[in-house]
Design a protein around this ligand. Structure first.
Ligand code: GKR
Ligand code: MG
Length: 433
């Protein structure tokens, strides 16, 4: 099946002022939507990181994609899947996800692969997860992803959006945020984005979440490398009970060596809380050292930057071989990404945790036909349709493209947003505590 056209649409989506150790989210999250059209007029779609860098990388492969066979092109582009230098240099410590130039290859490969699988799936009437070797689950569980945030629902000027959760900078307001998210979506796991307040306040937030939701609801906290090894160990000790079971401590300290030192410190104190990562371990090239040092016990996969869905399946198998758990990372996204995440999760046996999703945070906009996708008891059910199971709403796409055209943002820069809105002297300093 020949590919006749590759189209890349840069869009902007209203996003609330969420905080993390990277800084502050801008009023708009950027995404790129990819369309691949076959000679017989079938269109496969994908969603990926936004702004100019990822869009340019996709346009750069146009000549290798247009005219190629949809069944073979991801093999032809395999040189991109691992990234420069096999991915060894590709840490996310100082780079916000989507803004690391060394991710360009895997990101691009993934977007083309997803659109090809959607195209093929539509043409033969088979869901993507079944093209990937067959689903091992029909519904994929996601977790409530809590963020400290300032007041505001995202958007700017006349496009300003309703603030569903209000300002959340205290333990009590995070509990309210999570309660409302769990009621609306039915999530059964909670992840707290940390690295924002003093660690003692974040410990108190996790404790209040445990008090409010009980031990049957697994808890995770992720400060994105904001803590020293000593602070990470102290937090691990303080939250020993809260993070046990299906919980984990995610990227507390910087890099594989930092994570390994935290692991040693916790084990010496008899604490087996697993350490998870989407910052220290972001490529296959990181696995040998991480395994040798026992730095990371749960890898957060993400087809968007691990090179695609099949690479995530390989990752799942490798993790299983080495006794490592697998969870799923997310960034601000819409329904096409959500469905792609659900399909790859459905077709990856060793996925041992509920996946992350930012979907509740981008609730003001959607590009899929029929509007917002529904969760059932915190899970996304695989639709009984060929491909990803969602279509583009071209009116909404045009609206979000127009918005992109009008706003000044062309890349994600959480540090600049912090300086603009919160503290003019703010810099991303690691470790901060
Ligand atoms: O959306 O600010 C955010 C998160 O901090 C995101 O950028 C991270 O990539 O969700 C992510 C994570 O788990 O590290
Ligand atoms: Mg993380």
């Amino acid at each position: 099946m020949r590919i006749k056209d590759l189209r890349v649409h840069s869009i902007a989506v209203a996003d609330p002022p969420l905080r993390s150790s990277y800084g502050l989210h801008a009023p708009y999250a950027l995404r790129n939507i990819v369309e691949l059209e076959s000679e017989d007029g079938i269109v496969g779609i994908a969603e990926t990181y936004g702004g100019e860098g990822p869009a340019a990388a996709l346009r750069d492969v146009r000549d290798r994609v247009v005219g190629a066979d949809a069944y073979r092109v991801t093999g032809d582009l395999l040189d991109l899947a691992e990234g420069e230098g096999g991915g060894a240099e590709r840490s996310h410590v100082m780079r916000t996800p989507g803004e690391n130039p060394l991710d360009a290859g895997p990101r691009t490969h993934s977007a083309i692969e997803t659109a090809c699988l959607d195209l093929i799936g539509r043409s033969v009437g088979v869901p993507v997860c079944d093209l990937l070797g067959g689903r091992v689950r029909n519904a994929v569980p996601f977790s409530a992803y809590a963020f400290y945030k300032h007041a505001g629902g995202g958007g700017a000027g006349p496009d300003v959006r309703e603030d569903r959760y209000g300002e959340c900078l205290t333990p009590e307001s995070i509990v309210r945020q999570v309660r409302s998210m769990m009621e609306e979506y039915g999530f059964r796991d909670i992840k707290l984005k940390g690295g924002v307040l003093d660690p003692d306040e974040e410990i108190e937030t996790v404790r209040q979440l445990r008090d409010a939701f009980g031990p049957a609801v697994p808890l995770r906290i992720d400060p994105n490398s904001a803590w020293t090894v000593e602070t990470s160990v102290a937090v691990g000790v303080a939250l020993r009970e809260e993070l046990e079971g299906d919980g984990y401590l995610e990227d507390p300290a910087e890099g594989i060596r930092g994570m390994a030192a935290v692991r040693r410190g916790l084990l010496e104190r008899g604490i087996g809380t697993p350490l998870a990562s989407n910052v220290a371990v972001t490529s296959f090239a990181h696995l040998p050292e991480s395994i040798e040092r026992d730095a990371v016990q749960v890898v957060l996969c993400d087809h968007h930057f691990w090179g695609g869905m099949r690479q995530v399946q390989h990752l799942g198998k490798l993790c299983r071989t080495f006794g490592i758990g697998l969870s799923m990372h997310s960034n601000s996204h819409l329904g096409i990404s959500l469905m792609a995440m659900a399909h790859v999760a459905a077709a990856t046996k060793n996925l041992t945790y509920a996946c992350d999703t930012h979907y509740p945070w981008q609730s003001a906009d959607e590009v899929v036909d029929g509007g917002r996708l529904s969760f059932e008891d915190g899970s996304i059910r695989i639709p009984d349709r060929g491909g990803l199971g969602v279509d583009l709403d071209y009116d909404q796409l045009a609206r979000l493209k127009e918005r992109y055209r009008k706003i000044p943002f062309r890349k994600r820069d959480d540090e600049a947003e912090m300086r603009k809105h919160v503290d003019p002297t703010w810099r991303r300093v690691l470790p901060r505590w």
